[in-house]
Design a protein around this ligand. Structure first.
Ligand SMILES: [Zn+2]
Length: 261
């Protein structure tokens, strides 16, 4: 028997190492799959209570996180290229969850050695709610890929039909902004275009309506000391929605906003 077909196993303690042959290892994998229990409640997994985050079961996970379970993410969709080795009795399975309070999706990885933490998924969230996701953008006169970009989403993915996606910042001259329309189009905001600049200016003026005498803002049910660029972008998105100004932006935004004011 050569070394490659033998495996170290640990029984009871990590220090108790045994080296066993290939067939023995396969038999142990079978036993482990059949008899594994949740690392938190020590109950066996079941079809309605699968391993969901690390080795925690769905029921234990939901006691920690207020998320609604949506189901398994199919393999071909995951992009996951981690180790699915013969050593692992449980290949990693990705699961999808939703936070009902804001409609955002979260992902967990089930399997030994995987984290129990849920990751907030912006691209899956946008796709789930029917928004297009920008694949490329213009940044400082160059085309850049935005496939793996983490977007700040300005707007409510559940109830708004137009959102403003934001990445980077104006301060670092690397800001990218997109207006995206549910089941529709997307357009990158370009401050050099008069119509786009005007949309942001009108949004900035609108925002002042939410300021009280003490200079505090009440926005989307929250009291705020100050405002962020994202607040202007969210208002810009709702203006775009309200005035049906989408495509072609450059031709339509300006006259529509002029009529509105
Ligand atoms: Zn459990």
């Amino acid at each position: 028997m050569n070394r490659d077909s033998t495996y170290d196993i640990h029984l009871d303690s990590l220090h108790n190492t045994l080296r066993i042959g290939h067939e023995g290892y396969l038999a142990i994998l079978e036993i482990a799959r059949k008899h594994a229990v949740c690392s938190r409640c020590y109950e066996p997994y079941g079809e309605d209570n699968p391993m969901i985050a690390g080795t925690e079961c769905l029921s234990c996970f939901q006691k920690r996180e207020k998320l609604t379970y949506l189901g398994v993410i199919p393999n071909d969709d995951s992009g996951y290229s981690g180790s699915q080795s013969a050593y692992n009795p449980f290949p990693v399975v990705l699961h999808l969850h939703m936070k009902e309070a804001d409609g955002w999706l979260y992902e967990t990885n089930a399997g030994p050695g995987q984290s129990r933490d849920a990751t907030r998924e912006n691209v899956r969230t946008l796709r789930y709610w029917g928004y297009p996701v920008p694949q490329k953008a213009q940044l400082n006169n160059k085309e850049v890929s935005t496939k793996n970009t983490y977007w700040s989403v300005n707007g409510d993915v559940r109830t708004d039909d137009v959102l403003m996606l934001e990445h980077g910042s104006r301060a670092y001259s690397n800001e990218i902004l997109f207006l995206v329309q549910r089941n529709g189009q997307l357009v990158q905001i370009n401050r050099r275009k008069a119509a786009h600049r005007q949309l942001l200016e009108v949004a900035g003026q609108e925002l002042e309506k939410y300021r009280d005498a003490r200079g505090k803002y009440t926005l989307w049910g929250e009291q705020r000391e100050g405002i962020l660029d994202g607040d202007i972008y969210r208002i810009a998105a709702s203006l775009a929605q309200e005035h049906h100004i989408f495509t072609p932006m450059a031709d339509i935004i300006q006259p529509t906003l002029e009529q509105a004011s």
